[in-house]
Ligand binder design. Structure first.
Ligand SMILES: Cc1cc2nc3c(=O)[nH]c(=O)nc-3n(C[C@H](O)[C@H](O)[C@H](O)COP(=O)(O)O)c2cc1C
Length: 359
C-alpha cells in the first residue's frame, strides 16, 4: 500500500492529522506503531496558543458517532521545542513527517525554512484562521512556497465560499491540498449543567457527522485541479477511507477517531481499506480514485423488499406516504410497497438495517 504524493513516499495512505493525536514526537511515534503510513504533526505558530479549559468534548455523552467539538487552537508546545526535539523524535519512526504551520504570510515565512531545516519532508499550512479571501490565501501560500524547497500542502477550511476557485488559484503555487478542517463555529450545551460544553461559547465540529461535508469538498477540489488532494473528515473505517478516495482523495488523514479509539485505528483502517480493494479487484488507489464523482444514482422504479426482511418494520414507519406494508405469513416476513403510494424518495433502501429493501 506504499504511495507517493508530491515526491513523498508514504508507507500507506492512512496518515495522522494535526490535532491532539499528533501533539508531540511521542504521540506521533504511537501513531506510527498503530499503523499510520505518514505523520502529520500538530500545527505550530510563532505565537503561543491560548486555549479555554475544557476544550474538547463528545457532542453527546459517551456517543463517539455523534462527533466531537473542540476549542483548541494550535500547539501549546513552543515552536522551538518542535524544532529542537519533536520532529526529530517523529522522524525516528522512519515514516515521512509533515509539519503543520500557521497562519499569516509572515508567520509561514518565519517558520517554513526552520521546519525544513529541522528535517521534515513536507509542510501543511492551515488556512483556518486567515479568512475566506482567495487572494489572501494565495498570497500566503506564495510567500511560503518561495521560502522553502520541500512540498507544501494547503489545508482548506470548510468555511471557504468557493472551494473550486480557491483550488484553481492555489494549483500553480502548492504541491497538494488537504480537505477539510473542522466545521463551524458551532455551539453545544450540556443539558444537565445548562452550561456550554466547552470553556468558551463557540467551538468546532469533527468526526463522523462531517464526513459528507468533507466528501463534497474533496469532489469540488479534486475535480478542479490535477494536484493531489488528501481527504480528512469523519473517517472511522476502511469504508470511510474508500469513500474519500472514491470522491477523489489520494490519501487520507484521521484525527477524531484516533483520539477517541486509540492509535491502532490507523492500521485497522488501512487493513479494512485493503480488504475493500481486494473485494472489488482494485490493485492501487488510482484504480478507484474519483470514480463516484461522475456517477448518477437514479431510482426509476418502486423499490422491492426481499426475503432478507426480518420484520423490524423500520421501513414501514419511515415511509412518508405509508406505502410499505410488512406482513408475517407462516413465520416469514413479506413486505410490499404500493406503486400508487410510493414517491420513489428512496429512504426505505438506506433505512433498512439488513439491506432487504433494494432498488
Ligand atoms: C481537538 C482537535 C484539534 C485540532 N487541531 C488542529 C490543528 O492544530 N491544526 C489543524 O490544521 N487541524 C486541527 N484539527 C482538525 C483535524 O486535523 C481535522 O482536519 C478535522 O478534525 C477533521 O478530521 P476528523 O473528522 O478525522 O477529526 C483539530 C481537530 C480536533 C478535533
Amino acid at each position: 500500500m506504499e504511495i507517493e504524493i508530491s515526491g513523498i513516499k508514504f508507507k500507506n495512505p492512512v496518515l495522522t492529522a494535526a490535532g491532539p493525536t499528533s501533539l508531540s514526537g511521542e504521540a506521533l511515534l504511537r501513531a506510527a506503531k498503530g499503523g499510520a503510513g505518514g505523520l502529520v504533526a500538530k500545527t505550530i505558530c510563532p505565537r503561543r496558543a491560548k486555549v479555554p479549559h475544557p476544550n474538547i468534548a463528545c457532542l453527546h455523552q459517551g456517543n463517539f458517532n455523534a462527533g466531537l467539538i473542540n476549542a483548541e487552537t494550535w500547539s501549546e508546545t513552543p515552536y522551538e521545542q518542535w524544532l529542537d526535539k519533536e520532529y526529530r523524535v517523529a522522524k525516528s519512526s522512519g515514516l515521512p513527517v509533515i509539519a503543520s504551520i500557521g497562519y499569516t504570510a509572515d508567520e509561514l515565512v518565519f517558520l517554513g525554512p526552520k521546519v525544513e531545516k529541522a528535517g521534515v519532508d513536507g509542510i501543511e499550512f492551515s488556512t483556518h484562521y486567515i479568512g475566506k479571501d482567495t487572494k489572501t490565501i494565495a498570497e500566503t501560500a506564495k510567500a511560503l512556497k518561495d521560502s522553502v524547497s520541500i512540498p507544501i500542502f494547503a489545508k482548506i477550511s470548510p468555511s471557504v465560499e468557493d472551494a473550486k476557485t480557491l483550488a484553481r488559484t492555489l494549483e500553480p503555487i502548492v504541491d497538494g491540498m488537504v480537505a477539510i478542517n473542522t466545521v463551524g463555529p458551532v455551539f453545544a450545551i450540556d443539558p444537565q449543567t445548562k452550561k456550554p460544553l466547552l470553556g468558551n461559547s463557540f467551538s468546532w465540529l469533527s468526526g463522523p457527522p462531517i464526513k459528507p461535508i468533507a466528501l463534497r469538498f474533496i469532489v469540488e477540489v479534486s475535480s478542479a485541479v490535477k494536484i493531489p488532494v488528501i481527504g480528512v473528515g469523519g473517517i472511522s473505517s476502511g469504508l470511510d477511507a474508500a469513500e474519500h478516495i472514491m470522491a477523489g482523495a489520494s490519501a487520507v488523514e484521521i484525527c477524531t477517531t484516533a483520539l477517541l479509539r486509540g492509535p491502532h485505528i490507523y492500521g485497522k483502517v488501512e487493513k479494512e481499506l485493503v480488504s475493500f480493494m481486494e473485494a472489488n479487484g482494485y490493485e492501487a488507489i488510482g484504480d478507484f480514485k474519483g470514480i463516484s464523482q461522475k456517477q448518477k444514482n437514479e431510482l426509476h422504479d418502486t423499490p422491492k423488499i426481499t426475503e432478507e426482511c426480518t420484520g423490524c418494520r423500520i421501513c414501514e414507519k419511515a415511509c412518508p406516504t405509508q406505502a410499505i406494508e410488512i406482513e408475517k405469513i407462516e413465520e416469514v416476513y413479506r413486505g410490499s410497497i404500493s406503486r400508487e403510494k410510493c414517491t420513489r424518495c428512496g429512504l426505505c433502501i438506506s433505512a433498512c438495517p439488513v439491506r432487504a429493501v433494494l432498488p
